[in-house]
Design a protein around this ligand. Structure first.
Ligand code: RIB
Ligand code: NA
Length: 306
């Protein structure tokens, strides 16, 4: 099947400055290095899955500037199917301004550009591809309406990464996905509860279930992840291996890409083991700079022993 994993989402050019620490509001500090990378949560998640060896297809919009061309070449290099990566006349490719501190923390501002033009019509054009996907992945760097329309077409498993947080949604955004996946910050925003540790994450996950989610995954960075499921009442916590954090940008994307891979190719595994292994893949990506280039390839599957 050519459509194992289908991702609907963003392509961004990441402008990354590395600095000893994140600046405070109004403050100027000296950085140490500047790089441009291919990023955006949608493309990152798609590349993360593709690098593990799955057939992955991206539905997205880039601009008609030179970055758009370059982005499509990058996707092809990573063996992503770009049949539905559209160029957008008169729009710029999305960009992300990123600061990464020495301890691997980051801060991101995105200017969505062409990503905002991904439309319901685009979803209709790609409907066959969406309907036949085993796993469909979505985020909120493109419009909420697009995510909702696509989830309605989905006949497989859908993973909605509720990032970045938005207030512009109704209950269907939480009810439609098979798995609603957020980090600690977004979990806090969606529930209006503090989420700073495992216990608070479990409380937030239960609240998201009561708000309509079928299952919830909250990633806690170095502290692992919490999973909760409505149907079975199952709730569990997994730890993540301790690693030297070099750059945590895109770790959540590596996690989702790996989870999608496992849901398709290792579907006999219990969900707990899938989440555990996705944490290992994400932790591995944190030990290298950047997003897509730092995501592990198929060789890591041997290390996972699955
Ligand atoms: O999740 C990381 C990504 O978020 C970056 O690549 C940046 O483009 C932002 O979209
Ligand atoms: Na990384």
């Amino acid at each position: 099947n050519l459509n194992e994993v289908v991702v609907i989402g963003s392509c961004m050019i990441d402008f990354v400055g590395y600095a000893p620490r994140l600046p405070k509001p109004g403050e100027t500090i000296h950085g140490t290095e500047f790089v441009t990378n291919f990023g955006g949560k949608g493309a990152n998640q798609c590349v993360a899955a593709a690098k593990l060896g799955i057939n992955a297809s991206l539905i997205a919009r880039v601009g008609d500037d030179s970055w758009g061309e370059k982005y499509i070449s990058n996707l092809i290099k990573n063996e992503v199917d770009t049949s539905y990566v559209f160029k957008t006349e008169g729009e710029r490719t999305g960009i992300a301004q990123i600061c990464v501190s020495e301890d691997g923390e980051n801060q991101i501002v995105i200017i969505a550009g062409a990503n905002k033009r991904l439309s319901i019509e685009d979803i209709e054009e790609a409907s066959e591809c969406i309907k036949t996907a085993k796993v469909l992945i979505l985020q909120l760097e493109t419009s909420v309406d697009v995510a909702v329309a696509a989830m309605r077409l989905c006949q497989g498993v859908s993973i909605l990464n509720g990032a970045p947080f938005t207030t512009e949604y109704d209950h269907s955004l939480l009810e439609l996905p098979t798995i609603f996946c957020v980090n600690e910050h977004e979990a806090s925003q969606f529930t209006q509860l503090p989420v700073t540790n495992k216990m608070e994450a479990e409380t937030a996950a239960s609240k998201l279930i009561s708000l309509g989610c079928r299952s919830v995954l909250i990633t806690l960075g170095q502290d692992g992840a919490v999973y909760a499921e409505k149907r079975t009442g199952n709730i569990f916590y997994v730890e993540t291996p301790k690693v030297e954090s070099v750059d945590s940008t895109g770790a959540g994307d590596a996690f989702i890409g790996a989870l999608a891979y496992l849901l398709v190719r290792r579907k006999e595994l219990p969900i707990e083991e899938m989440v555990q292994n996705a944490c290992i893949v994400a932790a591995d990506s944190v030990t290298r700079k950047g997003t897509q280039p730092s995501f592990p390839d198929e060789q890591i599957l041997e290390k996972l022993g699955i």
